[in-house]
Design a protein around this ligand. Structure first.
Ligand code: 2HG
Ligand code: ZN
Length: 468
């Protein structure tokens, strides 16, 4: 019996999207810049931990690759079934099981949409800070699998900092609960931190216990507009040194501004070449003083416009300009190879200058935007050439390699928040030693000796050791 029939028999036909079903194509793509479609044999839309465990048991019994998938919003091909087989989707596991403001925790299933979860949490008077730009459609389980960040990571940290406990289904069908519900806890090895960020290569998250924090009483947003990116980079570095502690410190360049200009409600000055978006939160009576300080700093650093917003409607207008960037660039160019390098904070200006040089040398426009306060820059290589042309792709991925090389030379890393998945796997050796890669292979083999769980991702192929 083939794998599709076995899954249909054990989980019911309604859980399986099989051959001939037009929905199946969606499970062979994601938000990565790869134009290819990776056809799975089928996708299983699991609704419970038991179903996830059953799929992992059946796939091991049938020696079939299985690729976990959240909302499919990943940008590095982490959820693509590159070896075919089964896509295991958690998109239907959408229950918020508990929000407990007294314990400051919530218990959720992995398919819950992050933005919806934040709304529910805030309605209960508490706050869940991780805010990937895709929060309206990404899922919290996917966020944990990639250890997603977002603008507020600058003050509040990334998803890993909020995951206290996990239920994980392992290859073969065993279900493991690890972690805790308490604010602190060191009784076991930190398996939770180990599972977070492994892009579904160790196991499939079926339930999460996450930390909440008190909701800030007020927030304000300040936008500084500069004539060029170098000036905006200097503003970021100056703010980092000034001792003010915003919750958000974002940057965007002229490519990004020009892409969002027609869509955004904020009217950018004609000579806008870069923006710095800053947000502060805390006690209401602190807001004015902090906005004034940041506004003054922007003026001193040569801003051509400063916009301060404290009302929710005005703030959302400013935020809209930032949140639209990724999609607007995607619409404006046929190819958008987006990276998310992260460099030490003191090297932001230098990294921006190096991107400029790479753009000039290769002739490839590079849009730079993102979470500059964390040194996490989305360097987007743009092109209007044919995405299927191997020469075009080679040129773009070569330039991406140059960006990675420079980021690593400055003490940085390939990925600050999107993950490695498929697209960045060829570059891992630029950053990591063969020894480090080998230990990660051993770790992966401990959870998935069969190598069938999300195969072909994250780790460069294993090097043969001299003794072998
Ligand atoms: C963002 O910060 C996302 O907007 C997407 O991480 C980044 O498209 C990108 O490069
Ligand atoms: Zn981002």
């Amino acid at each position: 019996m083939n794998i599709v029939s076995v899954l249909e028999r054990e989980l019911g036909k309604e859980a399986v999207v099989g051959p001939g079903d037009e929905r199946l194509e969606d499970y062979g793509r994601d938000e990565s810049p790869l134009p290819e479609f990776y056809p799975p044999a089928c996708a299983v839309l699991c609704e419970s931990t038991e179903q996830v465990a059953a799929v992992l048991r059946i796939c091991l019994e049938q020696n079939t690759p299985v690729t976990p998938r959240g909302a499919g919003s990943g940008m590095v091909g982490g959820a693509l079934p590159v070896r075919g087989g089964v896509v295991l989707s958690t998109e239907k596991m959408q229950r918020i099981k508990e929000i407990d403001p007294a314990d400051l925790v919530a218990v959720v299933e992995p398919g819950v949409i992050t933005g919806k979860f934040q709304e529910a949490v805030e309605a209960a008077g508490v706050f869940y800070p991780p805010d990937p730009a895709s929060l309206e459609y990404c899922s919290i389980g996917g966020n944990a699998s990639t250890n997603a960040g977002g603008p507020r990571a600058f003050k509040y940290g990334v998803t890993r900092d909020y995951v206290l406990g996990l239920e994980v289904a392992l290859m073969g069908g065993e279900v493991l609960r690890c972690g805790r519900r308490t604010a602190k806890g060191v009784t076991s090895y930190d398996l939770v931190a180990g599972f977070v960020g492994t892009e579904g290569t160790f196991g499939v998250i079926t339930e999460m216990c996450v930390k909440l924090v008190p909701k800030p009483a007020a927030a304000a947003t300040i936008l500084g507009v500069f004539t060029d990116l170098a000036k905006a980079g200097l503003a970021i570095e100056a703010l980092l040194r000034s001792g003010v502690r915003p919750s958000v410190l974002e940057i965007a360049d002229k490519f990004s501004i020009d892409a969002v200009r027609p869509k955004a409600r904020y009217r950018f000055p004609a000579n806008a070449g870069a923006i710095v978006l800053c947000e502060v939160d805390g006690e209401a009576d602190m807001m004015e003083m902090m906005m004034e300080r940041i506004g003054l700093a922007f003026d001193e650093l040569g801003a051509i416009d400063v916009l301060a917003a404290s009302e929710p409607a005005e703030r959302s207008k400013v935020w809209e300009a930032r949140r639209l960037i990724s999609g607007a660039l995607k619409e404006a160019y046929r190819i958008k190879v987006n990276e998310d390098i992260c460099v030490p904070r003191g090297k932001i200006v230098e990294m921006i200058a190096r991107c400029d040089r790479i753009a000039a040398e290769t002739g490839i426009p590079i849009a730079v935007f993102g979470h500059a306060g964390d040194g996490n820059l989305h360097t987007n290589l743009l092109s209007n050439e044919d995405p299927m042309d191997p020469a075009v792709r080679e040129k773009l991925w070569h330039a991406a390699g140059q960006i990675f090389t420079h980021a690593v030379a400055l003490g940085g890393t390939l990925s600050g928040e999107h993950g490695i998945g498929l697209t960045k796997k060829p570059y891992v050796t630029l950053e990591q030693s063969p020894q480090l890669i080998e230990w990660q292979h051993r770790w992966k083999a401990m959870w998935d000796p069969s190598g069938l769980l999300n195969p072909g991702k994250r780790l460069p192929e294993r090097q043969k050791r001299c003794s072998e």
